[in-house]
Ligand binder design. Structure first.
Ligand SMILES: [Zn+2]
Length: 295
């Protein structure tokens, strides 16, 4: 069998995968040979794009981080980002349309634009060296900050609707996106030509925001599904090194009035070869240890 038939390395990037739930539900495929809880204390604010960006560049971008810290302060005092808190706050005092207008015209200019847009592609915009530069035939399906919008316009519209209580279209959209992402990975593996694969799915983050305040069975079926899919990938590629990583987990929000989930202050990592890391940005060094291109 040629070396190219199975990727040397496969990273399964599972946004929002909660360490405590993977452990509690004993999701063996995800836990692999060795798993660990990742410490996020270097990140100051737990938001998706700078954390994924740090995994593929090996460093935390201070400028991007500061933008998110500013954003966090703008939408609430909480150090953690409670998504779209501003929308809920504004909704209480003024009609929604005006609230959106205030956000677009008064808030975002102070940040140089909406950070969901301006940071969505910062790794490419800043021409950073990434893990992809160390492989001959890399593949990815879009990683936040590397080429995939954190929230595409359609998703953001549906997120706002979901916060207001209409969760069905949001859920449908997220599940459709997940199915498409799975197919993309299976097709890429079927092509048997890539030496490095970085697959990304936001399903557990997206559903987690919506379901984490409800009975945990709502979340469990999605965790079981992802765990099952991971098992399939492991079967297809028994020779590949497989790393599974999340940028943060999910936890219930303190505010009892809402079931909307929040990002937890730790993340998840596992490997099928026993390697381990403590912080998300260390993934970079781990990957390039196995590089196939000199740089
Ligand atoms: Zn995330």
């Amino acid at each position: 069998m040629k070396e190219t038939e199975q990727p040397k390395i496969i990273v399964l990037g599972i946004d929002g995968l909660e360490y405590n739930l993977a452990k509690k539900w004993r999701l063996k495929n995800m836990m692999q040979k060795k798993y660990s809880k990742l410490d996020l204390s270097d990140y100051k604010i737990v938001v998706t794009p700078p954390i994924w960006g740090s995994m593929i560049t090996g460093k935390i971008d201070k400028e991007i981080m500061n933008l998110w810290i500013k954003y966090g302060k703008l939408i609430g005092d909480n150090e953690k980002l409670e998504e779209k808190k501003w929308a809920e706050v504004l909704k209480k005092v003024i009609p929604k349309k005006i609230g959106t207008w205030i956000w677009d015209n008064l808030f975002t200019p102070t940040l140089g634009g909406d950070p969901f847009d301006t940071t969505a592609n910062f790794v490419k915009d800043k021409k950073y060296t990434t893990v992809f530069d160390f492989f001959e035939r890399p593949w990815d399906n879009g990683i936040p900050s590397y080429g995939r919008n954190v929230s595409a316009p359609e998703q953001r519209k549906l997120t706002e609707k979901a916060i207001e209580g209409d969760k069905k279209p949001y859920r449908k959209y997220i599940l459709k996106q997940y199915t498409e992402d799975k197919l993309k990975l299976l097709n890429a593996l079927g092509e048997k030509k890539y030496d490095f694969i970085f697959w990304y799915t936001p399903i557990l983050d997206n559903i987690g925001h919506m379901d984490i305040g409800r009975p945990l069975t709502h979340m469990m079926k999605h965790y079981l599904e992802v765990n099952n899919f991971v098992g399939i990938i492991k079967e297809i590629c028994p020779k590949s090194i497989i790393y599974i990583i999340s940028d943060h987990g999910m936890e219930a929000m303190n505010n009892k009035k809402t079931s909307w989930g929040n990002h937890s202050d730790h993340a998840f990592f596992s490997s099928n070869n026993g390697e381990t890391i403590d912080k998300p940005f260390q993934l970079y060094d781990l990957i390039i240890k196995h590089k196939s291109v000199k740089k």
